[in-house]
Design a binder for this molecule. Structure first.
Ligand code: SAM
Length: 272
């Protein structure tokens, strides 16, 4: 467990994931019934971009820093949430800020330092449970939720080559236990081959109704670079395929560098 999200918080990939996350939660909250959100790989919850690891890498300067002035309309809702929160939010703080009084959030984290910060952030918060628990195992243990409605965010560090397989297996477990849940899994795009294998593995699970929202800064031919990223969504809410492309496009216009192969697209991986 070497990965520390604090080094990467606010980079273009974080912005892409969180902009779509905000859209997904809004869509689920279009109905008044309470929702449950499970964040299987939660990180520290929020980050100081002006200090420590984030300041050292400066990745956020090519991400969130390029978005905050004069937000494009498609990103206004997401950036409004960021502005309202002060310290830059990771997925737990962002999700928590969106919960209505009867909604719940459960976060899993294994790194002791991140766990400590997460616990401090949500101390005495009756709507948030913080678990020192393996996120993969939690997919079996915490699903289905009593609310029967909600979202699972799967955002592992991709530290080892097997992690795409873990995500495919994790999605199959989550879907078997929580068939109506919206499942969202972030993935890196360094080059195409692992992503193709991931899609094939997903198609072999037999899960229906899967789309992939993808964002590429450039042609993914440099396997050592994070050339782009995707958010795989099972059971995408109505209009996701319509609303996600302009969000991705607006992001690309702000953080892209007009490189060859840049892309913002939503593709269907499995039919409804
Ligand atoms: C990409 S970061 C999460 C970022 C967070 N979701 C966000 O958007 O702000 C991945 C996190 O997963 C944690 N982690 C790694 N393996 C884990 C596991 N098996 N179960 C739970 N957390 C894990 C890491 O310590 C790291 O903090």
């Amino acid at each position: 467990m070497n990965y520390r999200h604090a080094f990467h918080a606010g980079n273009f990939a974080d912005c892409m994931k969180h902009a779509l996350l905000v859209w997904l939660i809004d869509a689920l909250q279009a109905k008044p019934a309470p929702i449950f959100v499970l964040d299987t790989h939660a990180g520290a919850g929020r980050y100081d971009l002006e200090a420590g690891p984030a300041q050292r890498t400066g990745e956020w300067r090519q991400g969130i820093d390029r978005l905050l002035d004069t937000p494009p309309p498609a990103l206004a809702r997401y950036l409004g949430c960021i502005h309202a929160l002060g310290l830059y939010p990771g997925s737990p703080a962002l999700i928590r800020a969106m919960l209505r009084p009867d909604d719940r959030l459960a976060c899993c984290e294994l790194h002791p330092d991140d766990l400590f910060q997460l616990r401090r952030l949500f101390a005495r918060d009756p709507q948030v449970a913080v678990h020192q628990r393996d996120g993969w195992e939690a997919l079996g243990g915490l699903l289905p939720p009593k609310e029967r409605r909600g979202l699972v965010l799967i955002d592992p560090p991709y530290e080892n080559p097997d992690e795409f397989s873990d995500v495919a297996a994790g999605l199959a477990t989550a879907h078997a236990r929580f068939r109506t849940g919206v499942l969202a899994a972030w993935y890196p795009i360094k080059h195409r081959a692992p992503v193709r294998g991931f899609f094939t593995a997903l198609q072999q699970t037999g899960i229906r109704d899967i789309v992939a929202a993808e964002f590429l800064l450039r042609e993914p031919v440099l396997p050592d670079r994070l050339n782009g990223c995707g958010l795989l969504v099972v059971n995408p809410p109505f209009r996701f395929e319509h609303d996600a492309p302009p969000i991705l496009q607006a992001l690309l216009e702000r953080v892209g560098h007009n490189e060859r192969g840049a892309l913002a697209a939503v593709t269907r991986i499995a039919d409804e």
